[in-house]
Ligand binder design. Structure first.
Ligand SMILES: Nc1ncnc2c1ncn2[C@@H]1O[C@H](COP(=O)(O)OP(=O)(O)OP(=O)(O)O)[C@@H](O)[C@H]1O
Ligand SMILES: [Mg+2]
Length: 224
């Protein structure tokens, strides 16, 4: 039985030039993210994980190679099409959370739904349910600067999941969490594969490999 591939990278490379110095952050990477699977890329700090994730999600552009989303080359899309793709299909969990400071925890979680045609009550129901699932119901009305790092991370995770995305890009999703919270977040993420969501997790934490359906190890920009 063949598995459907949602995202495919072919010969992907990314170079950064700073003055005379060239850093090859991603070096000739091939990978596939199948439907309903969790794919994990592990590797040490600086190995190129975030760069790879940003290119696969269309946030950044490759220097060479291509990213196919259901066989379409995303480099052929204009900004508008890319933005619509992200809004409608993708959930992002950022390494540094990127919460909106003037919104409460609950509002941050609801925020990706604002541009979508979802009724207010439905938005609230979904946001409340996720806030409970990440164990933060008592912090619903706190602003980001009134939350700990791990709590902000959990709000960021709930926000990524609220739109029922088809693809989740997660950069170091448990970076600021203790073991118990990390396990519950990974189980929550994993549960989304059952609704056919595809998930890419990049992390330096080798312990998380047990949750993945496929793993790749990255070192100096390459898969090893
Ligand atoms: N905008 C940039 N300009 C120049 N070099 C960059 C830029 N962004 C990243 N790099 C370099 O590319 C390499 C890969 O960085 P990247 O952020 O992808 O690593 P990472 O594996 O995510 O690390 P970490 O685990 O610390 O988050 C590093 O050597 C980094 O210094
Ligand atoms: Mg990173």
């Amino acid at each position: 039985m063949s598995t459907r591939i949602v995202i495919e990278a072919k010969n992907l490379s990314k170079e950064y030039t700073r003055g005379k110095e060239v850093v090859i952050a991603v070096n000739d990477v091939d990978m596939q993210i199948p439907k309903g699977k969790m794919v994990m890329v592990t590797g040490p700090s600086g190995s190129g994980k975030s760069t790879l994730l940003n290119i696969l999600s269309g946030l950044d552009k490759a220097s060479e190679g291509k990213v196919l989303y259901e066989d379409e080359n995303i480099a052929d899309w204009d900004e508008e099409k890319l933005a619509a793709f992200r809004r409608g299909n993708v959930g992002f969990i950022f390494q540094n959370w990127e919460l909106i400071p003037i919104m409460t925890a609950l509002e941050n979680i609801e925020s990706p739904m604002y541009p979508l045609k979802i009724k207010g009550r439905e938005m609230r129901t979904r946001a409340v349910s996720l806030l409970k699932q990440v164990g933060l119901w008592d912090k619903a009305d706190n602003y980001p600067d009134e939350l700990s790092g791990g709590e902000q991370q959990r709000v960021g995770i709930a926000r990524a999941l609220v739109g029922k995305p088809r693809i989740i890009f997660a950069d170091e999703p448990t970076g600021n969490l203790d073991e118990d919270n990390a396990a519950s977040i990974m189980r929550l993420l994993k549960s989304f594969t059952k609704r056919d969501t595809s998930i890419l997790v990049v992390t330096h934490n080798e312990e998380l490999k047990r949750y993945a359906d496929q793993t790749h190890k990255m070192s100096s920009g390459r898969f090893v």
